[in-house]
Design a protein around this ligand. Sequence first.
Ligand code: PMP
Length: 451
Amino acid sequence: MPSPSSSSNCAVAPLLPVVGAGTTVPLVTGEEVRYVGLDVAATSPALVPVVDHVQRLLGYYGSVHRGAGFASQVSTDLYEASRQQIGVFVGARADDAVVITRNTTDALGLLSHVLPADSTVVHLDVEHHANLLPWRAHHAVVVLAAPTLGETLQRLEEAVAGSGARLIAVTGASNVTGEVLPLDLLADLAHRHGARLVVDAAQLAPHRRLDIAATGVDYVALSGHKLYAPFGAGALVGRRDWLEAAPAYLPGGGAVREVGVDDVEWAPVPARHEGGTPNLVGAAALAQACRVLAGVGPRAIEDHERALHARLEAALEAVPGVRRLQVWDDAPDRLAVSSFVVDGHDHGLVTAALAAEHGIGVRDGRFCAHPLLARLAPGGTAIRVSLGVGTSSEDIDRFATALAAVVAAGPRWTYERTEAGWAPTPDPRDLDPFAIRAEVRRETSACEPAS
Ligand code: PMP
């Protein structure tokens, strides 16, 4: 096994308890092992205190803003308190709006919906599709990231000055490389030219302290399921005026003050953009995750993840043919996300073998950032490993041993390429532990006419 550097050699326990930490999974070879999830950047496990909170609130669960009963009153109050808690977590200004959305994609879609007509939006080519595609409904100016952040900021400034842009859209941290952008400098840059700054904080929010008031960021978008609160809520937080000036994002119940047969008066923000019954469980879970993460402190989270990331990077360095992806030579900070290519190996086959033969979950592909992958990875795809507060050094060591073995000797099992990627063939594992597929099969076959 590649030996991690001595500075990162001591054992590191998970910082916070997550649900599923002891889950075991079957391997194609017949053993059962503890699952190691190293795809936290895609979706993170739930924090135990978040699930406890949800369990408790379900005892009072009722309709938000729509009922006279005690459960409804408690639920409404909890929903609004959760909104405030999310605002506090990102350092919102007193007059900022906090709109509960489904996720980051939805939050950025909402901002795109309320953007004043004829706006120009400047963004980098390194963005996740969620922070790239919505701007194409407006005048979008794409700036190619330069090899240094300094030069990239210069290019952004020229693009903003030259286009009269109203908005700069940037990722807080790349979901591919983990590189963190200097938000205070970007906010200054935007404001110098009369533009606003929106930060896609899907990756940044779970791992670094966000303070939009202090840094001058105008809007921030985030997802609960990446913040250890996988109950279907996210948020857009920021300046109220554009949100107040636009019609409802999702017209319907709750978004209105008054409806006539052929006219409507929209409700004030945030209700205006939260049409339909609100997701109380999602909002409360997200707020509880914010509370728990703030309680343990950003410093402790950063220290934990840095120690494990150093161990991971040392292990990757020791595997022949591995080349790590990065955009900039001078990013001042990086989250614990490593994407890499392995020369001479099919990335999908490597990740399939890690899963089926070692019980390790990582991701391969293009990570919803096609333009960036086309630039950074010659074959177009890479492997990504990402970690969080529930990760331990044992997880990293298991991954390091397994990757070294797969790269050195190839898979030990046989695999077939399917539409969904490489699949072990045969696959003796039971992939339906809930027995739902079996039940549906039974029920549908019972409905089939006898031949
Ligand atoms: N932005 C970034 C940087 C992301 O990593 C992701 C999720 N991979 C998104 C946006 C979209 O998040 P969601 O799928 O929760 O909408």
